[in-house]
Design a protein around this ligand. Structure first.
Ligand code: ADP
Ligand code: MG
Length: 134
């Protein structure tokens, strides 16, 4: 599906969130600047999270409290050895109330469950993105 603006991406993430029941893992695929974190901001909005969602790049993970569920947002960008963060992630995945979103999950893919949803975002032009969910 083609998304024409950042605001539209946030709306899309918000609607997607409303289709989810915890526990659920969502793997986000796409280059730097594709819109993975922007999509996650919409998803957080859909979960009733009021806090501002920012990229967890330096802390690797951030936790937010939604209305029904919690959101754990991981970003393993350039982390070649996830070490203890891999165990932290496994704990989130096991939590029955957790929606777990993972950016740059290549290094920990073995930990991700087969029933995860994979959201792929491709840069088309400055304001447009192609999004596919499988
Ligand atoms: P990523 O997490 O994939 O690196 P970000 O979500 O941090 O990407 O950044 C995406 C950037 O692209 C933001 O600056 C956002 O404003 C911009 N952007 C422009 N159009 C869109 C769109 N349709 N969807 C998502 N982001 C968009
Ligand atoms: Mg990001």
């Amino acid at each position: 599906m083609l998304i024409g603006s950042e605001a539209e991406m946030i709306d899309y993430g918000e609607k997607f969130a409303k289709s989810l029941t915890a526990p659920q893992v969502i793997e986000l695929l796409g280059d730097v600047g594709a819109g993975k974190t922007t999509f996650t901001r919409g998803l957080a909005k859909g979960l009733g999270i009021k806090a501002a969602v920012t990229s967890p790049s330096f802390t690797i993970s951030k936790l937010y409290q939604g209305e029904k569920y919690q959101l754990a947002h991981y970003d393993f960008y350039r982390l070649e050895d996830p070490g203890l963060m891999s165990e932290d992630l496994e704990e989130s995945i096991r939590d029955p109330n957790m929606i777990t979103v993972v950016e740059w999950g290549e290094s920990i893919r073995g930990v991700l469950p087969d029933n995860r949803k994979v959201v792929e975002i491709k840069y088309i032009d400055e304001n447009s993105r192609e999004i596919n969910i499988r």
